[in-house]
Design a protein around this ligand. Structure first.
Ligand SMILES: Cc1cc2nc3c(=O)[nH]c(=O)nc-3n(C[C@H](O)[C@H](O)[C@H](O)COP(=O)(O)O)c2cc1C
Length: 154
């Protein structure tokens, strides 16, 4: 029996930028032959990542560095999860012109959150200016292949 790698993505998106980013992440995993599930933050329980091999968060940042409100409960619960033996990665969308001091801070917060779970970082945080352009799409593909490689080397 072949056991497939499973990647799970949770995202929050108010105006669609991060949703689009999460779709690019999903497609990149599929291109690598990885099973993938993608859910909105409102739709997931704290144990969502329990059966995942690779855990990915995609988040925008709100109100001067804050998490999206719809991610707060999941964020609080995530730190208490035991995700040892798994790989994690975080992608952020933000606006560095309007919020230069807080650019993608919610993504940084999730990197710290994951550290507490025992999961292993598979790639540095990726920060995207609003919606993903071609260069961002390439960077997302690189992040996904780094995550898959890190998982295969566990
Ligand atoms: C009220 C408000 C506050 C924001 N605060 C920040 C911020 O602190 N840091 C940041 O990088 N982006 C900030 N943004 C920009 C959004 O994160 C950015 O537009 C993002 O692409 C929105 O993602 P979405 O389309 O998935 O909702 C803010 C946007 C709004 C409307």
């Amino acid at each position: 029996m072949i056991i497939m790698t499973l990647a799970k993505i949770v995202y929050a998106s108010m105006t669609g930028n991060t949703e689009g980013i999460s779709e690019i992440i999903e497609d990149a995993f599929k291109d690598q032959g990885v099973d993938v599930e993608r859910e909105m933050s409102d739709d997931v329980d704290p144990d969502f990542f329990e059966d995942a091999d690779i855990c990915v968060i995609a988040t925008y940042t709100y109100n001067d560095g804050e998490l999206p409100g719809e991610f707060e409960d999941f964020y609080d619960d995530l730190a208490d999860e035991d995700l040892s033996g798994k790989i994690y990665g975080v992608v952020g969308s933000g606006d560095s012109e309007l919020y230069p001091d807080f650019f993608c801070h919610a993504a940084d917060s999730f990197m710290e959150d994951f550290e507490k779970t025992g999961a292993k970082k598979g790639a540095d945080v990726l920060k995207i200016e609003n919606d993903a352009d071609d260069e961002d799409t390439e960077n997302i593909k690189k992040l996904v292949s780094d995550l898959v490689k890190a998982q295969s080397e566990l």
